[in-house]
Design a protein around this ligand. Structure first.
Ligand code: FES
Ligand code: FES
Length: 218
């Protein structure tokens, strides 16, 4: 064998024979790399992809009808059974005043009223509140006239970035209605589920005290 020839150059060299051989080898390498990648893909990843697909299919078929009275307006809606009240308000109804903080019941940013009671909308499934009356921060004011708690928050600088504020105000109103606003300590205790990253707590307490002591209707 001449020294300058590689072994595979001795394969049949008909018309384009060598080029065909290289193509076949490239195709084989590509296919075997793909098979190896598939073989190495974690089963969990494949399962997750399948589940996501199944979830999407289920979402199309599994729709529950609910009727909610939101801020005084009756609405008939179709929702997936897993939809939280928070996601329904924000994503389907575009009532984005209610905020999503942690989404795990830890921060209070998503507080709304259901039948006059404060609830964490991130922990409440929409079908659970079928037929109920819901009030969000958008429904608190009376037309152009702010709710006394909204006015007090403004007066006492009860917010800085404002992200926690809708939830704080909904809890603050509930706190007075529940009869838990008789002292600073009691207010702090019953507002402790609402976290404020900006640390506006003293001003929030002052706002609540003013509304409570002013005897305004909440
Ligand atoms: S978003 Fe609901 S408690 Fe944090
Ligand atoms: S005002 Fe910013 S988080 Fe409370």
């Amino acid at each position: 064998m001449p020294q300058d020839k590689l072994p595979d150059q001795h394969l049949p060299e008909g018309e384009g024979g060598q080029a065909q051989h290289s193509d076949a080898r490239r195709t084989f390498l590509k296919q075997s790399s793909l098979l190896t990648a598939l073989a190495l893909a974690p089963t969990a990843a494949i399962k997750a992809a399948e589940l996501k697909f199944e979830e999407k299919v289920a979402a199309v078929f599994e729709q529950v009808k609910v009727t909610l009275n939101i801020n005084g307006k009756k609405q008939k809606l179709s929702v997936e059974p897993r939809t939280t009240l928070l996601d329904l308000l924000r994503e389907q109804l575009h009532l984005t005043g209610t905020k999503k903080g942690c989404d795990y019941g830890q921060c209070g940013a998503c507080t709304v009223h259901v039948e006059g009671q404060r609830v964490l909308s991130c922990l409440t499934l929409a079908p659970m509140v079928d037929g109920k009356e819901i009030t969000t921060i958008e429904g608190l004011a009376d037309g152009d006239k702010l709710h006394p708690m909204q006015e007090a928050f403004i007066k006492h600088d009860g917010f800085q970035c404002g992200y926690c504020t809708p939830g704080q105000i909904m809890s603050a109103v509930a706190c007075i209605k529940e009869g838990h606003a008789d002292s600073d300590d009691e207010i702090r205790e019953y507002m402790s589920g609402n976290i404020c990253r900006c640390g506006a707590y003293p001003n929030i307490v002052n706002a609540i005290k003013e509304v409570k002591n002013g005897g305004q209707k909440v």
